[in-house]
Design a protein. Sequence first.
Length: 163
Amino acid sequence: MLTGTATPGDEPDRATAPAETARGLLSFSAQFVSTPRGAQLARRLAVRRMEEWGCPPASDASCTVALIVGELAANAVRHGRVPGRDFGLRLTLDRATGLVRIEVADAASAKRPPTVPPSSYPEGESGRGLLLVDVLAARWGSAPRRPVGKTVWAEVPVETPRG
């Protein structure tokens, strides 16, 4: 479990401690229950991780990562939920390129989301999340997971934190 400033109820089901490789990659991964609460927790922990990596919570980079994690996690809960299976979040900061890669994986073997989001009905109350991801991310896409499921990913440029 996470240590440090986590408050009771803020721990994901399974998490890895942040790690830095010799190449300057920082990474964090965790598993969450496929519920709206799990999606909310994924977003909150992404903001916390960005802060630990030098991006304050109110910074453009942190807000962008929070929005994308929130959307992809909500989609994993709503469209990729398999009873009894969690969804996963992985954040990777590449200090050399200044990119944060966000990956949200679910266990549903349903079709992957389109890489070009469909246009929504003008008065629809949902269906705009991937449009936001498309606008906010430098690039994004999806890939199948073995043996089942998919990973939806996005990359966000950040000012490389000093460290």
